[in-house]
Write a new protein. Structure first.
Length: 474
């Protein structure tokens, strides 16, 4: 297979066709494939980057012998993909003195930052190039930085490694013990950094896969911060006749939803000669699916919001909630002491019930003034212990009236037990597992704070067994 260290004019002619041309962006490393027909480069907001594998290159990997068009050229000239730009990344992948995969990733980052800094990237990768693409995304997530990846399409990627490297290294070692000319084979295989990484059970693969499962598969682990994981479209393709990368390795931890098997060998997987071939159709469909892409900042914001909801749900697990509010039925007198001890405010009866998970042997009831006190109490300090929180919001009132009422309520709160009696009358907190197993909680002292009055209700001794169970709270 010809090597392409610099893309000479002769090689460029081999890569180009009647419908596309090749532009050198970084000598020997990064190239753009464009249609010969005039086009508007400003509309190509999506960038597809081809990444070859071990012993591959920018030419031979993607073009079938005797074919008119290469894989990148077929996509670049497809009229349905005019909003995509197509690029080829090349790196040193040979038996003698190759780069390690992390160095290749650093080289790929440099090329993308230089030429595609504002683009959304979809990687179309073959064999070891898939590991490079996975490591590229993983390096951003490890550092908690926004990434540009909008999809990864893997053809014959050895996510679980390749067995033949291990066998070849063993053969080279054993043969070298008996026949000295074979010693060079064992030494060559052991010294090759890329082959060591590709070996089944290698330290690199263990680290890559553990990180991938933790940060990417199914959106990553929920305990990680939103910026340290990502929900990225991934499609994996294996070859039924591929003896280099077994199906189990190419499929790895992906189900049939994201995995497709083709009747191809390892090399022919990425050498479609026409648009009616399956490997081409898979790529085109995947690019269409990746169009509905949101920027990393938007996705991170959504993820953080979803995480907050998930954490709140896990802490409280509230369900089957009912809420009954009844005002006095009799005529209301203007000189009535009023709700919350404020003249002119109508009192009311309130009863609510819900099922919840009980984490401790006490629950809290509270009264708060204004949104800041409400948010601070509910979200931060006691969110998994609250039985009931009544919040008063005064923003709709005129500023003077709001300030006066806030001062009155704050005075009531700070008066402790006396104030609590003015705020609430005949308060009861009950827990029940079933109709015959109902217990009333015991009220503790009132704890007045700035803008919040709190009372803790403790479980009686006979209800201590409720802790760790899901119960009805009323």
């Amino acid at each position: 297979m010809p090597k392409i260290p610099t893309f000479s004019s002769e090689v460029r002619l081999l890569m180009e066709s009647a419908s596309s041309r090749l532009e050198i962006l970084t000598k020997g490393t990064f190239f753009r494939v464009t249609p010969i027909a005039p086009y508007d480069s400003s509309v190509r907001e999506h960038a597809v980057v081809f990444v070859h594998g071990f012993k591959g290159d920018a030419l031979g990997t993607w073009k079938k012998k005797g074919a008119v068009e290469s894989f990148p050229s077929l996509l670049a000239t497809d009229p349905d993909l005019v909003d995509h730009g197509f690029y080829i990344f090349q790196y040193r992948a040979r038996f003698l003195n190759p780069q390690d995969i992390d160095s290749v990733v650093a080289q790929l980052k440099l090329a993308i930052n230089q030429h595609l800094k504002k683009s959304r990237i979809v990687f179309l990768a073959h064999s070891m190039g898939g590991l490079v693409s996975m490591r590229y995304l993983g390096s951003y997530l490890e550092e908690g930085r926004a990434h540009p990846v909008g999809g990864i399409l893997l053809y014959g990627c050895p996510m679980s490694g390749v067995e033949w490297v291990k066998y070849a290294r063993t053969f080279g070692y054993l043969a070298g013990l008996k026949f000295s000319p074979f010693r060079w084979l064992g030494s060559l295989l052991n010294a090759n950094k890329q082959l060591r990484a590709l070996t089944t059970g290698s330290e690199f693969l263990d680290r890559l896969n553990n990180d991938w499962i933790k940060r990417v598969v199914n959106g990553g682990h929920h305990e990680l911060n939103a910026e340290q994981r990502a929900w990225v479209p991934v499609r994996v393709v294996s070859g039924n006749d591929d003896w280099v990368v077994k199906k189990s390795s190419a499929r790895a931890f992906y189900s049939s939803i994201d995995w497709i098997e083709l009747p191809e060998d390892h090399r022919s997987l990425v050498k479609p000669a026409a648009r009616d071939e399956q490997s081409y159709a898979i790529a085109k469909t995947f690019l269409a699916d990746c169009r509905n892409w949101l920027s990393p900042s938007v996705l991170t914001g959504l993820r953080e919001h979803m995480d907050d909801i998930s954490r709140l749900h896990q802490k409280t697990r509230v369900s089957n909630q009912t809420f009954d509010l009844v005002f006095e039925a009799k005529p209301f007198a203007q000189d009535h002491e009023g709700a919350f001890g404020l003249p002119g405010h109508r009192p009311f009866d309130l009863q609510c019930s819900y099922r919840r998970f009980i984490k401790s042997d006490s629950l809290l009831m509270a009264f708060s003034i204004g949104p800041l006190a409400f948010e601070s109490f509910f979200k931060k300090e006691f969110d998994d212990q609250i039985a009931f929180l009544h919040g008063i919001r005064l923003e709709a009132l005129a500023p003077k009236e709001s300030q006066e009422m806030s001062a009155q309520l704050q005075s009531i709160i700070l008066s402790g037990e006396t104030g609590w009696a003015r705020l609430f009358d005949n308060v009861r907190v009950n827990l029940s597992a079933q109709i015959t197993d109902k217990h009333e909680l015991l009220p503790g002292p009132v704890d007045p704070k700035n803008g919040v009055a709190i009372r803790r209700f403790s479980f009686p001794q006979e209800a201590k067994h409720f802790v760790g169970r899901e119960l009805l709270s009323t």
